[in-house]
Design a protein around this ligand. Structure first.
Ligand code: NOJ
Length: 530
């Protein structure tokens, strides 16, 4: 922390590890905690201020750990609690915080709470989950209905995700207390905060004590940002976080994953005075290529839409609240393939141009494993190449209802979560090194220059189809950022941008950059200071 009241994450970068595909420390072909410990050098050399671990808890792995059967145990595939403690200690020794994933909208169907709940209608934990003899018409996020009949008691239980991920009933105060106790247990172990999985889904909308049908089976209006969400988050804050300090002497960080959230909601969740969350992940920019039919109804995105989305959040949270900034994670395809150009000719420049614009916005930056190497989507031959349940289920359902298999495959190739879940390569060629060096420079700039962390944001040329340009201003200094997000050269001066002042950073050869050079080559990005 540079100033007493400014938290580390104002100038911080969080590196996301998806443990099973990050690094294999024990030679069984699957990533693990030892692999993370072994690669702390990589994180440190990138300048990461924190590492967020996707779930490492005990789990049947139906959804790769987002189905937790014991919140107090580590999945043996990943190691042990002793490994976890060692990781926290070693990360802290380097000044790197450890943020755990918190998955409490649902548990695994193998969690003892659910086993008890399903055992009988009279079980004391029956009401810890949602049971009904007249289920709503909601569809699950992973295809098929969101309710499954449980033969044992003849009632249906709710699962917004897979049937093996039953939703906890947050209306029940015992559930909330049990979750808070578990969170305190982890903080007592020395972790530095939580990334909270689909946290804005925990309050379901009840009408006269009942859940209601959604339009065409869409659960969203009944589960997103529900009526008690702010109450629950404020309660969590009081019960878990108030008065706590981490081993590094800081307040734990709270990061909400919040699909279907507008910047208005974002401001409410992150207004420090409301004491709910520190920041939320918006989905607005990663939903731009989803058509009316949802995620798999892929539509083109224009640059004005993309930069307008980020600028809208910058503006909405300029005075109150805080942004998180991300291009990728384990649920999204690789950004260089999605919004850039992953051809051999342009991949390095496209990856670094996208990184430049993102990192120069205001907010906490998240880098997803492999993004700093410019990793691209993978080439899937056929449906048998997908392993993620979301992709597998969607293919079966869409083709089953008569959609053209080739079109279904095209959407999957573009958007499947499997794209981001391949093993990270640890032998780096020239191209990976070039991207990595640029990421390191961006992180350094954020750490060193208060204009990056704090400066006011102004979007320039909002309608320009190729240039992404903006300024950041703070304490009399100004950074001008301009990037050509296209494969054609663009005359920046003709577009009305003055690249005045000193060149600070460029992805097209810093030493050759001069203020007279006004044509930006394909995917070139520059930052100037005046
Ligand atoms: C969001 C997580 O990021 C995703 O991977 C998971 O499948 C769902 N939530 C359900 O937990």
């Amino acid at each position: 922390m540079s100033e007493p009241d400014i938290p580390w994450w104002h100038s911080g970068v969080v590196y996301q590890v998806y443990p099973r595909s990050f690094a294999d420390g024990d030679g069984d072909g699957v990533g693990d905690l030892r692999g993370v410990i072994d690669h702390l050098d990589h994180l440190e050399s990138l300048g990461a201020d924190a590492v967020w671990l996707s779930p490492v808890y005990a789990s049947p792995m139906v959804d790769n750990g987002y189905d937790i059967s014991d919140y107090h145990a580590i999945n043996p595939t990943f190691g042990s609690l002793a490994d976890m403690d060692e990781l926290v200690e070693r990360a802290h020794a380097r000044g790197i915080r450890v943020v755990m994933d918190l998955v409490v909208n649902h548990t695994s169907d193998q969690h003892p709470w659910f086993l008890a709940s399903r055992s009988s209608k009279d079980d004391p934990k029956r009401d810890w989950y949602w049971w009904s003899d007249s289920p709503t018409n909601w569809r699950s996020v992973f295809s098929g209905p969101a309710w499954t009949l449980d033969e044992a008691t003849g009632e249906h239980y709710l699962h917004l995700f897979a049937p093996e991920q039953p939703d906890l009933n947050w209306e029940n105060p015992e559930v909330r207390e049990a979750v808070y106790a578990m969170m305190r247990w982890w903080l007592d172990r020395g972790i530095d905060g939580f990334r909270m999985d689909v946290i804005n889904l925990i309050s379901k909308r009840l009408v006269d004590g009942r859940l209601e049908d959604g339009p065409d089976g869409d659960a969203s209006p009944h589960v997103l940002n529900g009526p008690r969400i702010h109450e629950f988050l404020a309660e969590m804050r009081r019960e878990v976080f108030d008065g706590r300090t981490t081993p590094l002497g800081e307040a734990p960080v709270t990061i909400g994953e919040t699909p279907g959230t507008t910047s208005e909601h974002g401001r409410l969740y992150t207004d420090p005075a409301r004491r709910e969350l520190d920041m939320v992940f918006t989905f607005e920019h990663v939903d731009l290529d989803s058509g009316p039919g949802g995620k798999w109804d892929v539509v083109p995105v224009t640059l004005p839409q993309l930069k307008g989305s980020l600028a809208g959040w910058q503006e909405a949270l300029a005075e109150t609240g805080w942004n998180s900034l991300y291009w990728s994670n384990h649920d999204q395809p690789r950004v260089v393939s999605r919004f850039g150009d992953d051809s051999p000719e342009h991949r390095v420049r496209a990856a670094t141009a996208l990184a430049t614009v993102l990192h120069l916005h205001r907010g906490t930056v998240f880098v997803y494993q492999g993004e700093e190497l410019g990793l691209a989507n993978i080439a899937f031959d056929g449906p048998e190449d997908f392993v993620d349940l979301e992709s597998v289920n969607h293919y079966a359902e869409a083709v089953g209802r008569g959609e053209d298999p080739e079109l279904v495959m095209a959407a999957l190739r573009y958007k499947s979560r499997d794209n981001a879940r391949t093993m990270v390569p640890w032998e780096h060629g020239e191209e990976e090194r070039a991207v990595l060096d640029h990421y390191r420079a961006l992180v350094r700039l954020r750490h060193d220059d208060p204009v990056v962390a704090r400066g006011d944001f102004t979007l320039l040329l909002p309608d320009h189809e190729q240039l992404w340009a903006f300024t950041r201003e703070h304490g009399g200094a100004r950074l001008t950022v301009v990037a050509n997000l296209s494969g054609e050269p663009v005359d920046v001066a003709a577009a009305g941008i003055e690249l005045e002042g000193e060149p600070v950073l460029a992805n097209d050869g810093t030493s050759t950059v001069s203020t007279d050079d006004v044509v930006l080559g394909p995917w070139a990005a520059r930052v100037h200071r005046s």
